[in-house]
Structures are given as C-alpha cells and as structure tokens.
Design a protein around this ligand. Sequence first.
Ligand code: PLP
Length: 477
Amino acid sequence: MTDLISSTYSQALEVIASVEPRVAEATRAELADQRASLKLIASENYASPAVLLTMGTWLSDKYAEGTVGHRFYAGCQNVDTVESLAAEHARELFGAEYAYAQPHSGIDANLVAFWSILAHRVEGPWLEKAGAKNVNDLTEADWEQLRNELGNQRLLGMNLDAGGHLTHGFRPNISGKMFHQQQYGTDPETGLLDYDAVRAKAKEFRPLILVAGYSAYPRRVNFAKMREIADEVGATLMVDMAHFAGLVAGGVFTGEEDPVPYAHVVTTTTHKSLRGPRGGMVLATEEYAPSVDRGCPMVLGGPLPHVMAAKAVALAEARRPEFKTYAQQVADNAQALAEGFLTRGATLVTGGTDNHLVLVDVSSFGLTGRQAESALLDAGIVTNRNSVPADPNGAWYTSGIRLGTPALTTRGFGKDEFDRVADLVVDVLRNTEAGTTKAGAASKASYVLADGIADKTHAASAELLDKHPLYPGLELS
Ligand code: PLP
C-alpha cells in the first residue's frame, strides 16, 4: 500500500510540475517542513492518504447547488451519493437527527447555523404574521420591517480572550455586526466557565442564540447546563464543536460533555481533531433541519463535492474502533503535556487541561506570545500565540501560546514524548529574552534566543520525530 501511495503522489507531482513546477516544488517542500517540525497547533492535524487522495479528483468539476435529490443542476447523481454518505456517517457517528455536509469551512458552517436559526425563529413566524407565503411576496415596506426584525436579534457567545471564536460575536467578524451581541467570559480567578455568571448575563440580555464552544479554552463544557440556561431564557443553543469534534466522535466527551443531545444546532470543522479534509458541517435536530437544509441558497453557493467525498471517507475512519483509541490518546497526551509544563514551573490558564489543548501564559518568562511563538519557530516548534483572559497585550502580541496534541498524536507520540515536548518548549522560553526596538525601547515583537538553543532543540526534536515518521513509507521520487 505504501509503495502504491508513494508512486501515486510522485506521479501526481510530475503531472503538476509539467504545468506549474513551482506549485509542485512548494507541495514537496510542505511535506518536508511538516515532517521536520514539532507541530503543536491545536487546530491542525494530518489527514490520512485516503482522505487526501479523495480531494484530488474530478468530483471537484461538478456544480451541485441544492440538496440531495433536489439540485439546480443536472447530472448530480454521484454528488448525491457522496453527500448522502457524508451525512449518513455524520448522523451515525454523532447520534444526530440531521447532518448537513456542504459548508466549505467552520465559518461557513456557523453562518449557515446563524441564518437557519434566524429563518426558523424570526423570518418564518414573521412571514406567517404578515400573511406572506414566502419572501418573494413581500413589498419594499415589508422588507424594511423584516430586515429590522432580523438585524435586531441578540447573540450571546464566549469572549475571544476567554477562548471563544471570532464567529461567536467578536465585533470585527460579521457575527459581531449582524447581531446585537454580548459576550460571556470566564472566572477571573480560576479562568473557568462560571455557569451562574452565564445564566445571569443570559437572563439580563435574553439572547435569541446562546453560543457555546471555543477555540482556546482548555477545559470541557457541560452542555446540559448550557441548554438549561438557553431554555430558561428561550434561546436556541448553538454549539460550535470545531475544536473538539474528534473527542466527541471518539467517545472521550460523553454524557453532559457531548453537545449533540443538548444543542438545537451543532457546527463543526472537519479538519481539526476530527482529522478529515478542510471543511465544515452542521448537525441539527429535526426541528431545525429544514432551515439548515437551505444553507444553499441562503449563504452558500455550490458545494465542494470532492471535499464532501473526503468528509465521508474521514467520517468512515472516525467510526472505526482505532479512532476511539486515538481520541483517548489525544486527551491523555494533553494531560501529560500540561503536567510537563506545571512540573517545570510554567503557568497554565485554568491550571491545566482536560481536553486536547493547553494555554501557556508566557508572561512569567518575561515574553509576549508573539516573542514566544517566534523563538519556538526558530527552534522548529510550531505553536500559535493566543490571548489569555483579560490579556494586557491584546490580540496581536498576546501573552499566551496555545498548544494542542491532535497532530503529533496522529504521528504516534505518547505521554512520555509529550513530557519531552514540554521540556523542549520550556527550555526555549527560558533561553529567550525580550528584545528592544531600533531606538532601544522595549519591544513586544523582537526577541533574542540564546546561542545554540535552536540547534540543540532541532536535534532533540529530530530524535522524537524520527521515531514517529509522518506518512510512514511515503517516499517521493
Ligand atoms: N469555530 C471554531 C471554534 C474555530 O476554532 C474555528 C477555526 O479556527 C472556526 C470556527 C472556523 O473554521 P474555518 O477556519 O474552517 O473557517
């Protein structure tokens, strides 16, 4: 099999090189770079060759606006097959009543969810009251009123610097502009979600949509409690599980930590801990299914059939028993990474983790997130800078770095290796000093990494990486 994959990719690269050699070169270089670095970006992973190969086919050439069996283009029978398979695997895997595989990304999935909820909760009842069958029957004056209704809805989501995502009501994002928004944070002492505070805010603000889910919160969320809060204020509970979908799929988050039985609408990406192609998906209850199904034409155009096919393949992989083992290892490795940091004196937001990521507050090393991220990259360790709650350095420089375990766990790293990773990261941070501007003032960006540290760290990482090769057996000729 590995010989077959090697020759398949080598020949594919030759075909690409015959048209634009620089693209083939960059693609080769990316494999070499990924193989040679300790990838700790919490939102990244390595999809299987089967998933990657599924994306590179002629399914990409097909337009298929509409839904399965109800397309605005002729000849969609094969797209119907792959989209149905992706949805079926998603429903079975997550125990969802309905699944929509068309969103091109996580942001698209959230847009579909927002507008589906608005269609179901606001537009539908409004049309009924106005005695109109559909929006095409409206006069200009009706439109004015409907726009007012839609544009004045309230959304309550988690703050960006507490770990929420841009699409959860952050002002510069469309979610912060199209909704009348407010945000909830975390407890200033513990960094943990305070459900009573969320409840109090929800009671005062009375949102139409309560958004739960996160990009950088290193803890599990109790979705039963979030649903209780939503019910108390008549809100729709939307959970964005983009980051932790793999832990739900793999049975690590069960009971009240599994959002699917509690949320009206669940959105996700398919490329992070779920280890599929780059894309999005929406799960919903029967009640919300008809409006989610109108993602196209509501906010989407033609779906990406080759990516939906790859979603079907990835979801089939996630239904295998091996995926449960993988997901548990992702969580166990994150524990080991957190303990590795704590025993070496680093400060972690919330004091640890119980999901797939840790957030290190690097201010105790005298660094900004930007300086830490850059110094680590020089040493071959890929992380991303991230705000910490109430971050004094803002969203650009930040005071934290976020590290996740999904990618290196796919390579086969275990707990001992993650302890060693913590050791290497701490060593780099201890040997990095904040730099100054050309004028000699304190800088939040420049830094000085002590001599020899980058080489030493590269050598130590190479030892770990060589033990766990990426795409083992894949040799490009
Ligand atoms: N939602 C959450 C919680 C995320 O973390 C992300 C990505 O970072 C997204 C949505 C957006 O996903 P995408 O980059 O695929 O649009």
